[in-house]
Design a protein around this ligand. Sequence first.
Ligand SMILES: C[S@@+](CC[C@H](N)C(=O)[O-])C[C@H]1O[C@@H](n2cnc3c(N)ncnc32)[C@H](O)[C@@H]1O
Length: 434
Amino acid sequence: MNCMAVDSFYVKANGEVPCWCSPGEHHPILQISEESLAGKDVVDDVLNGEAFRRMRTELHAGRLPFDYCRGCSFLRNDGEAAWKSVDTATGVVRAIDTLQVESSFLCNVDCPLCVRLPVRRQTKEPPYQLELGLFRKVVDDLSAHEIAVREVWFSGRGEPLMNPEFPELVRLGKDRLGARVTAHTNGNFGFREELVTCGLDEIEIAFDGVDQETYGRYRRGGKLERVVKFATDFAAARKRLGSATPELVWKMVLFEWNSTDEELERAVTWAEEIGLDRVLLMNTDTPGGMSYRDGGARFEQLEPLVKRLVSEHPTVKVELHGYHSTYSSLPEVEASLRTEVVEADRTVVMGRLFNHMLETRAVRVSLRLQDEIGGEDRTLVEVPLELPERTELVESFGVPHEGLSPGTYRVWVAVSDAESGKLLSDAACDFELS
Ligand SMILES: C[S@@+](CC[C@H](N)C(=O)[O-])C[C@H]1O[C@@H](n2cnc3c(N)ncnc32)[C@H](O)[C@@H]1O
């Protein structure tokens, strides 16, 4: 068993060091700051400190180091190659594949599957900008130990360019570690020339749609026009300065609403007109993803289209990638039910409904009561509901005992699509009457 965290390292803006992103985001293993590292060493005390060494040795022994590893999209079973830079007996790592750096936890676009803008500051403790001094310490210690780093990747849950010291951070990664330095951005910024000169090798600019309406459905509050200007100015400055880097990438996450053949053709033509180098079409298995609800059918259709686009647009590289997330196994709507308390005259059950999708869903909720031998079977509630996108609804409901004889009872909830009647989710809980 292995995972990204075996030979990669992630530092968040506030100094949290989780195993990696995905579920790891919510379970930082350590927290570091310039002060807490005084007299300590990032390699000996963090990267190869007890917590991370134990995590690696547990994984290598085939055990999940943490409960939340269950279902993590980064958990893999692809053999010994992943362990090439690790001393598997001690868990000590000698080279880093990817150093992910969250230079800022702040953002200026409100994507519905990310940390929502209004709650960002409540979600994490400050600082919200990675301090230059902390990153310098990380880089100095890695370099003193001659730990090779293949890639420094500025991403995380915020917007890397919102850190005013972003160019200095890039320069440190480039000059001190000699790594390939890449960044992800939403591109809703005015362009600055130092983005060309600071040492970036690649920047992926999020173009999640070819018109404002489809773009803004996920990139809420973002302006496509601003992204186009950012990318156009970037390409022009790179040419003017005679620089071959950074590689400029049109990164498009493929959703149900932005990826018709015409839209993808437009994306490639537009990227070429702007002067970008690569179009990265990213299939996502998160809710809203192009193939989230069609079992991969649309993804398969895209292969011949992408082949054609590759041959028709030789000046821009077109690639189709898959993205594997922890969301893939989620149902569209999820119901759960539990017995809260059995009182003298009624049983209180607590129901939870979650709409995982990025759209309001009209559903029909039906709650039934049955006994063990099928004598008792009645509908308790039958209601239509509008579930707003990504919303949790919690309701408690009292089941009166009147007319019920002693025995075991089961309460069922079934949630179906209001229009088609298709069952979306069901759940049950039991209670005992003596
Ligand atoms: C969370 S963003 C943070 C970096 C930056 N603010 C940005 O927008 O690119 C990191 C990467 O996740 C990708 N991303 C965002 N939502 C996604 C989704 N639903 N599925 C797959 N990738 C997604 C973005 O395209 C981006 O490359």
